[in-house]
Design a protein around this ligand. Sequence first.
Ligand SMILES: *Cc1c(COP(=O)(O)O)cnc(C)c1O
Length: 424
Amino acid sequence: MGEYRYQQNPLVVVKAEGPYLELADGTRILDGNGSWWVSTLGHNHPRLVAALCTQAQKMCHCSLADITHEPAALLAQEISAIAPHGLDQVFYTDNGSTAVEAAVKMAVQFFAQEPNFAARKKMRFVALDGAFHGDTVGASSLGSIDVFRKIFAGLLFDCIHIPVPSHATQTYSAFEALTQIVTQHHHELAGIVVEPVVQGASGMRMYDPMYVRNLRELCDRYNMFLIFDEVFTGYGRLGTMWASELANVVPDFMCVAKGFSGGVLPMGAVLTHRHVLNGFNGGREHAFLYGHSFCGNPLGAAVAREVLAIYRDEQVLAGIPERHARIQSMFQQLQQSPITSRIVQNTRSLGMIGAADLSDTTSGYTATIGWDVYHEARTRGAYLRPLGNTIYVSPALNIPLSSLDQLLNIVYESVESVAKRYVT
Ligand SMILES: *Cc1c(COP(=O)(O)O)cnc(C)c1O
């Protein structure tokens, strides 16, 4: 923290608009990661700001306890209309971590209330190596990134972590290994929690959608819930509205946040199906007693409705293929050019994500070469915060093409400039 407080030179941002962050000295820099992936429609989209102001004049907040209100009710209807088939029950939370917490608690409580006595033992979870599901204690329990987890290990609930297929050829063997674990432990397993297809925080790691398909079958076979954390992958990040569409699979729980409110307010939700809801009937003690003060708050709900309207009206998903092509081509070039290829490995892209691993003597989340690129990019006019030695872009889905080209140029030049220092 000493280094952070006294040696860093934070950017003082005074305004944010579209793909730009404006600094106190008047310079504008491109936001390469859409403010940690939340700003899917660009900063301060005028329609989102208007929706927020209009709602604020009517009602900023009121609890959802024995009360409902139009923004929350209509949002639930509108999101379930476009959610994977059958996910028509919406439970509001106030961010991604608590969406995951709520899903986990619902899964456990569902089984605890099962008439079938044997099912009541189901309260453990399986998650993937490299998983990130948020920073609260429950969400950290599912996570497996060491720096976020190690210190708190004694406090976290027990979770079985399994290897992720890092290459298509490993999809089958990784699934076989998982099947063995599940065959052995299914009596006590409530569910499998995954970031489908792309693991964001562990370094934009991508895996075969086929693996996700297999998870569905395994969960059906062994009476376990399939929980998708689409906090990052949802809202078009991978080119389709939901990552589950890439695998043609419907989970039992889908957690959303980040793009849910277009990065305007903290807001999240868990979607599930009616069968799960039915597990909470039969007496007051069977209810799901869970609720944050700001669950489903009207401001967030009004904005989240407008987000969906903008996706429809502005055909946001239709603009992704041409943006993806540019992202893909620049990252391929990083791997091919003689200079940048000295330090670049494993370039990959999907939808509105492009990523590359940089080789360095240190590795993991605390590696520093990504930060060398960050500093280069900053002097060239882009904010490009790395994930350890992984550099990536994950901009607003509607970033203007000219801004995207500019951003990608800056990434290229910044990597090239760092690569030149690594001449042997
Ligand atoms: C960011 C993130 C979370 C946590 O969301 P918060 O709103 O920051 O609590 C959970 N899961 C995934 C996959 C994320 O990327």
